[in-house]
Design a protein around this ligand. Sequence first.
Ligand code: TYD
Length: 212
Amino acid sequence: MIAPPAQPGRFIALEGGEGVGKSTQLKMLSAALRARGMAVVTTREPGGTPGAEQIRAMLLDTAGDGWGPRAEALLFAAARADHVDRLIRPALLRGEWVLTDRFLDSSRAYQGGGSGLDDGDILALHAIGSAGLLPDRTVLLECDPAQAAARLALRDHGQNDRIGGRDTAYHARVAAAFRRFANADPQRFAIIDAGGTPDAVHARVLSALADL
Ligand code: TYD
């Protein structure tokens, strides 16, 4: 029999609107943790497993009519269920650190704050799909919308996916919702100013995880 790890792994989610630099920070954080000798798994949502990546394509491709908010929330929850079951929980049980680019709070902010679904309903879907698994820390990256737009223009050359392409009012509701969730749960969330150089933001992210 294989002995269980001395300490279960840690689960960290990076969250925030489009263009705040989550994927850059995820790469920098995983490199920093690996340099400290930790076993790290990096992943993203929607996606992270073959099944969840198939659901990602259904959600984000711009072909077809798209989904209503309720169907969209169910698909995100289904993708997350597979991701948690097949990738996140097994890695945590092996004692590894799991870093994910987006998780549950994106559903709460986009399908809830942005599209108007009830937060309690989204949490209920998460309870069914993923047994309510929450990150040990959720790092919310926030930056000025103009800076985010400039970063996105560089990255995407004006090509948005179905959700990223929604209007400014939608994205403002998403940002406000993230902020509300973070203020309501300061134990789990760390709000990080994502303005400035990647190195400066990285230092802030590390200090927000120091207690873990
Ligand atoms: P992605 O290309 O990963 O965007 P980004 O680089 O901004 O993270 O696309 C993910 C899109 O899906 C993004 O617009 C946010 C949206 N999304 C939801 O609406 N609900 C969710 O639960 C998740 C995980 C993502």
